[in-house]
Design a protein around this ligand. Structure first.
Ligand SMILES: [Zn+2]
Length: 438
């Protein structure tokens, strides 16, 4: 699979031939003509979104109150729907999605429009479409020298390149102006430029495109180590712990360095910081304390300090045995898209009211149904965790391609029903019970 960093450019206009996403050619001509009259640059991409204004305001209120452990009219809902879902919906493959930054920008605009208009959750809180370079989960490992396999029909994956413990000394800290991080920055810059040449409207009113700030993006040190070494890393932790610590130190220092450089290049204020440790849930709490906690904490301390949600954690799988460590030693502020293997009652006992919780319906159940079971499962989550507040109802984790939207609608109906059944928890008027009682 080959990659080009430039899209096809029309000789006459200097514009991308295939990438203009104006709703109709006529509309595009009208907008271009209007803008050229007032001396502004041509519109290169255009997107028109329909979304009820009052619903947008209500979604925003739900998420504004969420970090304060307060509710508006019901529990907020957000589904983890990512590129793999949209690609299937739009009938394109990963080769197309990763072709070049403008192609990806174009598709992300289409995906976001479709999601805002069709997915029954609370994602649309402002007239803003958010995009950003997306390389699935391979970016950091690729930067450290992992070998990426780019597949047309499946997400990219990294093949291990470190075979023996004595090879970890060869891993060096990459600079952000070389290798995969440089590619990421280049794509980010292109998307930032394209955002300025994109016209977005919500219900005919002006909106805008936001580009996610530059960042090392979630994938934590232990996950990078597992990608670089493969499964052997698990027994290395027992047989050659020094080599493992050496590798994790190099990776952590590299992530610290890259994130620092990214923040110099892009000084947008960051609102939160989070790390994913999907490779950790198969470890004992003892090993987790040794091989994850110190490294995650270096990242949290450097980049999450002073932020309300500055110590977010994502972990798929059965994490029950790590909850106490996550709370007490990593001091997590949120547990995001946590795995469906964690029973809601266990999440309540271990974490309820102590950190924000976003999860955790079984993606296979959401895909296959039946609806009655989805309803039951959403009800179980709400019954257990609703009274704790600080929760978001969604998947655990990653909505499968092909999941029917009416299966997701069952989840939002369950949240509506729960709000009717437990009115004392909610404030359907818009002001909090707390402020009303003052
Ligand atoms: Zn995960």
């Amino acid at each position: 699979m080959a990659f080009e960093d430039e899209g096809p450019i029309c000789q006459d206009t200097g514009m991308s031939n295939s990438l203009l996403c104006l709703d109709t050619p006529e509309q595009g001509d009208t907008i271009r003509a209007a803008l050229e009259c007032v001396g502004r640059p041509s519109v290169r991409h255009s997107l028109s979104i329909q979304y009820p204004q009052d619903q947008m305001a209500q979604n925003k209120l739900r998420f504004q109150r969420h970090p304060d452990y307060r509710y508006a009219d019901r529990v907020p809902i957000l589904f983890g729907i990512f590129a793999r879902y949209f690609l299937q919906e739009f009938g394109i493959n990963f080769e197309e999605y990763f072709r070049d930054p403008e192609t990806q920008f174009h598709w992300q605009l289409q995906f976001q429009k479709w999601a805002i208009e069709n997915v029954p959750d609370d994602r649309c809180q402002e007239p803003v479409v958010t995009v950003g370079p997306d390389f699935e989960n391979v970016m950091n490992t690729a930067a450290f020298g992992g070998h990426v396999e780019w597949l047309a029909e499946n997400p990219p994956r990294v093949r291990p390149t470190i075979r023996q413990p004595d090879e970890v000394g060869r891993v060096r800290i990459p600079e952000v102006h070389e290798g995969f991080w440089a590619k990421y920055v280049r794509w980010w810059q292109t998307m930032t430029d394209l955002a300025k040449e994109t016209e977005v409207t919500f219900n005919g009113q002006p909106g805008r495109v936001a580009v996610l700030p530059l960042g090392v993006q979630w994938i934590g040190p232990h996950m990078v180590a597992i990608d670089l070494v493969g499964d052997d890393f698990y027994w290395w932790m027992l047989e050659c712990p020094q080599a493992c610590h050496q590798l994790l130190e190099t990776i952590t220092n590299g992530l610290l360095h890259a994130e620092t450089c990214f923040r110099q290049l892009d000084q947008t204020p960051r609102l939160n910081f989070a790390v994913a440790e999907d490779s950790a849930q198969v470890m004992s709490a003892e090993l987790f304390r040794k091989f994850c906690v110190p490294y995650d904490n270096q990242l949290f301390d450097a980049f999450g300090s002073g932020l309300r949600d500055g110590r977010g954690m994502h972990m798929c799988g059965k994490s029950d045995h790590l909850h106490t460590t996550l709370l007490e030693e990593e001091r997590i502020t949120s547990f995001q898209l946590f795995g469906h293997n964690v029973k809601p009652a266990v999440a309540r006992k271990n974490l309820g009211g102590k950190c924000c919780l976003w999860g955790n319906l079984d993606p296979i159940l959401l895909l296959d149904g039946p609806k009655e079971k989805i309803r039951e499962s959403a009800g179980e989550f709400l019954e257990a965790l609703g009274p704790c507040r600080g929760i978001v109802l969604g998947d655990g984790a990653n909505v499968c391609p092909g999941t029917p939207l009416d299966h997701l609608a069952v989840v939002s109906e369950a949240a509506e029903r729960y709000a009717r059944e437990r009115p004392e928890l909610f404030d359907s008027e818009g002001s909090s019970p707390l402020s009303r009682s003052r």
